[in-house]
Design a protein around this ligand. Structure first.
Ligand SMILES: Cc1ncc(COP(=O)(O)O)c(C=O)c1O
Length: 451
């Protein structure tokens, strides 16, 4: 039997994270070297390594008997808890009626793009999740490339908006930002908001990494700066290391009453409601407690220690430029200074660069430029510094908090040996590339597959 797939599905590409997964699995089963058995140094996956907070796990167990469907926008306890969470951590007064709960923010962003008419403005580089959704919905879109500092300029946003004919434009703002780890501060957000007001731009502010901001006092939600035009999305995935729970929320702009009915219709049509036990577990995660406060504090401190180490090691490699992360567990490394050597080695695209780094003897997984919505030939990559045992490191951090710079370096060496070794491999790769300008990926690949 031959099944015919709808054209709009044929037209979208496999999301890059799934592509990467398949590639790594294939590589793994093909590699004959004994060193391959340990897997690889994983800088590719954007997943927090910490355990799901204990009290969230306990609440899930306690509520396993909740078999009834929940209300479409979310259970009232959860919407109330999210409202208080936003007040406590982000200084926002949000009526729980403005909050909608969904199965992850990825789905909620998709739902927003479904109901909002207009051309999408996507600053690049970007998280690899947005573009397949925009394409699937056949929306008009324009990239907004960032400047040398890896942030987009409000002036460039204005210039682009002036060229667009649509009555409504939708800016996807991701703050703090994946893949650069950068944070737009209050002043920068105010400048962006000025342009949005002037040009009638609606903002989807993806703030899934808000809680990871290293100096938490510096984080400001766009929902506070531009409350009349911003949809804020956030959830459990990064701050609570619970991506697999699939729970996110969106805060609607002030006075968006008409729109809420339309949105509810979409949610009810597509998934009815998020799993009821998961919603009860999330209540425990969003309620203000000493345990959660400590959890956020410890996890963001460890992300910062790992981030600073990764930044220092990579930027010490001659020719490598990297962003200095203020949040998240990523940074963007720019290897374009090696472009000529890479091309001589027959590595013409960022995808090829990722493939070369995964091969023996490097075994290092990174996410290359075109998966970050950059040109295929842009040799930039996202480095996710999360390849360590989060449960153990959390305890070790609590037992002996590193304070000085050298204690922090020691902490990384003792607690994240794969991060240390993987960064050495990246260094070695570029050293070898420089040494051997005749380096040929194909030769290396063949030798790897030979019996
Ligand atoms: C920028 C960004 N937004 C959204 C998501 C998806 O979050 P969720 O698990 O809530 O769907 C991710 C996950 O990697 C992300 O990096």
């Amino acid at each position: 039997m031959k099944f015919i797939v709808d054209q709009q599905v044929e037209d979208i590409e496999m999301p890059e994270n799934l592509k990467l997964n398949t590639f790594l699995q294939e590589f793994h089963s093909d590699c004959p070297h004994p060193e391959c058995s340990f897997g690889f140094y994983g800088f590719a996956f954007g997943q927090s390594p910490f355990p799901v907070p204990k009290l969230v796990q306990e609440a899930l167990i306690k509520n396993a008997d909740k078999g009834a469907y929940a209300a479409v926008p979310g259970i009232p306890e959860l919407r109330n808890a999210i409202s208080k969470y936003n007040k406590h951590y982000f200084g926002m007064d949000i009526d729980p009626e403005r909050i909608y709960v969904g199965p992850g923010t990825k789905e909620l962003i998709f739902n927003l793009l479904e109901i909002l008419h207009g051309t999408v403005i996507l600053p690049t580089p970007a998280w690899l999740g947005y573009l397949p959704q925009i394409r699937f919905l056949k929306k008009n879109y324009h990239m907004l490339p960032t400047r040398a500092n890896k942030k987009f300029s409000p002036n460039d946003l204005r210039k682009l908006a002036l060229r667009l004919q649509d009555r409504q434009k939708i800016l996807i703002l991701n703050n703090p930002h994946n893949p650069t780890g950068l944070l737009y501060d209050r002043l920068e957000l105010e400048e962006i908001a000025d342009v949005c007001r002037e040009q009638n731009i609606t903002v989807i502010s993806d703030e899934i990494y808000a809680q990871t901001t290293y100096d938490f006092s510096k984080f400001v939600s766009m929902g506070k700066i531009y409350p009349e035009g911003t949809f804020v999305t956030n959830g459990l995935s990064k701050s609570h290391a619970a991506g697999g729970y699939r729970l996110g929320y969106v805060i609607f702009p002030q006075h968006a009453t008409d729109l809420k009915g339309q949105f509810k219709k979409i949610l009810a049509t597509e998934y009815t409601a998020v799993s009821t036990p998961i919603q009860h577990a999330a209540v425990a995660g969003f309620e203000i407690s000493k345990e959660m406060d400590e959890y956020f504090d410890v996890t963001r401190s460890i992300h910062q220690i790992m981030g600073e180490y990764t930044y220092h090691i990579l930027s010490a490699i001659d020719g490598v430029k990297t962003t200095k992360p203020n949040a998240t567990f990523y940074l963007l490394a720019d290897f374009n200074a090696f472009a000529t050597d890479l091309q001589k080695a027959n590595i013409m695209t960022s995808q090829k660069l990722s493939e070369s780094l995964i091969l023996h003897p490097y075994h290092t997984a990174i996410v290359g430029g075109d998966s970050l919505v950059l040109e295929r030939t842009d040799f930039s990559a996202r480095i996710a510094y999360v390849d360590y045992n989060g449960s153990e490191d959390y305890q070790n951090y609590l037992e002996d908090k590193p304070k000085t710079s050298s204690e922090k370096v020691e902490f990384v060496k003792n607690n994240a040996p794969k991060v240390v070794a993987g960064l050495e491999m990246i260094n070695k790769f570029f050293e070898n590339l420089k040494k051997d300008t005749n380096y040929d990926l194909q030769t290396q690949k063949n030798s790897m597959i030979a019996p």
